[in-house]
Design a protein around this ligand. Structure first.
Ligand code: NDP
Ligand code: 8X3
Length: 250
């Protein structure tokens, strides 16, 4: 173990952006990887080596989060970077037809989970006078689309919370970034539709972002010199854009 390596905690590390980021950062950093699926975490532990600590933690579960934090090995206790990535959309029905439980789960994970993880690490970062919190928001936090209702609202929360956090942490040495991707080919769509084929169909016939595009962005944000804070990044596939103002004449 190399003591001067950064310790980076990534939530949602078993798929998509979190997994690609873990793979990209594994050689040069100590990683703490969290997600719910133990088998995948075990595979990551094997494939990414000694500088990786994995824990099956559901960010919506306060006790699991607390227990995980209290049992971190000494080598991993000083967290330099938190990547708040765990999250999802569930359903794409218009508000008047949506399943309330889906809404609740998105709020619990994308908002409360992110807050819980942030609160867990931010005090120590401030005490040490350094650290970095990278939130994964979404362009859906700014651009409404049909059925994006609560998902988009959770990401609008992430945008505003990131700005509030940056304000509170001003002068402490702790950095805050909100990365806002457009559609990327991950498990996101199959989770959203609860249907693998529908998920695949969503990405068929065009070129969405890849998980590695976001991993590269996270790495670039982390690699900035100490005096630079990247506040916000929007990153879209060339093949996706907001449709602009529309009129219904019908
Ligand atoms: P994936 O579904 O591919 O990965 C999501 C990851 O989050 C998985 O590792 C999953 O692992 C983990 N996860 C989900 N819920 C929890 C939980 N309660 N506790 C801990 N881990 C959890 O999605 P993406 O990589 O695409 O999404 C990552 C983030 O990026 C999300 O916040 C998403 O909203 C955002 N985003 C995605 C975009 C896209 O188009 N793909 C675009 C913009 C933003 P496990 O099931 O093992 O817990
Ligand atoms: C996911 C991006 O455009 O599929 O955050 O809602 S989009």
């Amino acid at each position: 173990m190399i003591d001067d390596m950064r310790t980076i905690l990534i939530t949602g590390a078993t798929a998509g952006f979190g997994l690609a980021t873990a793979k990209l950062l594994a050689n040069d950093n100590k990683l703490i990887l969290l997600a719910r699926r133990q088998e995948r975490l075990d595979e990551l532990q094997k494939s990414l080596g000694d500088n990786v600590y994995v824990a099956a933690v559901d960010v919506t579960n306060p006790q699991q989060v607390k227990d995980f934090y209290n049992s971190l090995p000494a080598d991993f206790k000083n967290i330099d970077v938190l990547v708040n990535n765990a999250g999802f959309a569930l359903g794409m029905e218009p508000a008047q037809e949506a399943n309330f439980d889906n809404w609740q789960q998105m709020v619990d994970t994308n908002i409360s989970g992110l807050l819980r993880m942030t609160r867990l690490v931010v005090g120590d970062m401030v005490s040490r006078g350094s650290g970095q919190i990278i939130n994964i928001g979404s362009v859906a936090g700014h651009v409404p689309y049909k059925g994006g209702n609560v998902y988009g609202a959770t990401k609008a929360f992430v945008w505003q919370f990131s700005r509030g956090l940056r304000t509170d942490l001003f002068g402490t040495g702790v950095k805050v970034t909100n990365i806002e991707p457009g559609a990327a080919e991950t498990e996101f769509a199959s989770v959203r539709f609860k249907d693998e084929q529908k998920g695949k169909d969503f990405y068929a016939g065009w070129k969405p972002l890849k998980p590695e595009d976001i991993a590269n962005t996270v790495k670039w944000v982390i690699d900035q010199p100490p005096h630079v804070n990247i506040d916000n990044i929007e990153i879209m596939a060339l093949a996706q854009a907001s449709a602009g103002m529309v009129i219904d004449k019908g």
